[in-house]
Ligand binder design. Structure first.
Ligand code: SF4
Length: 268
């Protein structure tokens, strides 16, 4: 069996950088995971509606609750984003092609409340989207510096650069986030976690450690995963993505969303 080719948009935002569309339609892709905080951009909505039915895809609609604030100035408000998902479903994209992605959750009282509000809003407007995927903020020095520069509080008092494992959420942060999410979502909701073993280990049966491209996504897209397919080709901490993915985005830099915590660093 030949290895399927699945595109991913991890290097920026698929709502602003639409280069994925041409690649998917030209270069024989079997499927795609489109990750965006800008699901409501008309250009993005137009492209996914055009693609629907031709190439299978799953959209990760990332809504942290900070859209439109100094943390994510150009990201749509949660209301606008959730309503855009509703519109896309109503226009014919199956609800199981969407994942509500809350990433990152900033583990302060304010950040956690925003994540809870996103869940409550989604339950009301898009109850047919049942997958929720979460990740807790990683305290990279560049992210922390930009967050503070914008007048937002850092997540702790430790201003020293942190090593990989020290950037991970503390047990207290994991507990605060997990309990708040479960409370907002109600009994029965399961959560998928990105490179986030801490949540899955502390709350087995509620939080599941899946890659952004998992067997579940392949099932939804009706793509058969060849036996022996490995995970984490990039050797990234905690990553569980199947080794079938190929980056689709061309503009590998901070996108116009201008998030304070952007992993591409500050443009200033
Ligand atoms: S500004 Fe950075 S973190 Fe925010 S959506 Fe764009 S690429 Fe992602």
């Amino acid at each position: 069996m030949s290895k399927p080719k699945i595109g991913m948009t991890e290097a920026g935002d698929a709502g602003w950088d639409l280069s994925w569309f041409e690649k998917l339609t030209k270069y024989d892709y079997d499927g795609a995971i489109l990750i965006t905080k800008s699901v409501s951009r008309p250009e993005f909505m137009e492209k996914v509606l055009e693609l629907n039915g031709d190439i299978p895809f799953v959209i990760h609609s990332t809504i942290t609750g900070w859209g439109g604030s100094i943390m994510e100035p150009m990201v749509p408000t949660p209301e606008k984003a959730v309503n855009a998902v509703r519109t896309l479903i109503d226009k014919g994209i199956a609800a199981n092609r969407f994942v509500l992605r809350i990433d990152p959750i900033y583990p302060t009282t304010e950040g956690i409340e925003k994540a809870q509000n996103v869940i409550r809003l989604a339950k009301e407007i898009i109850p047919d989207v049942t997958r929720i995927r979460v990740s807790i903020y990683d305290d990279y020095p560049e992210s922390r510096a930009e967050i503070c520069r914008r007048g937002l509080p850092p997540i702790d008092d430790n201003d020293k650069p942190k090593k990989e494992l020290d950037r991970r959420p503390t047990p207290d942060q994991v507990k605060m986030v997990a309990e708040a999410l479960m409370e907002a979502a109600g009994e029965g909701q399961r959560f998928e976690c990105c490179a986030e073993p801490e949540l899955a280990k502390a709350y087995p049966g509620k939080f599941f450690w899946f890659g952004c491209l998992s067997e579940r996504d392949c099932d939804i897209m009706d793509i058969e995963v060849p036996e022996g397919t490995g995970i984490n080709g990039q050797q990234r901490y905690g990553c569980r993505c199947l080794m079938l993915k190929q980056e689709l985005l061309s503009h590998k830099r901070r996108c116009p969303n201008n998030c304070a915590y952007c992993y591409w660093g500050s443009n200033k």
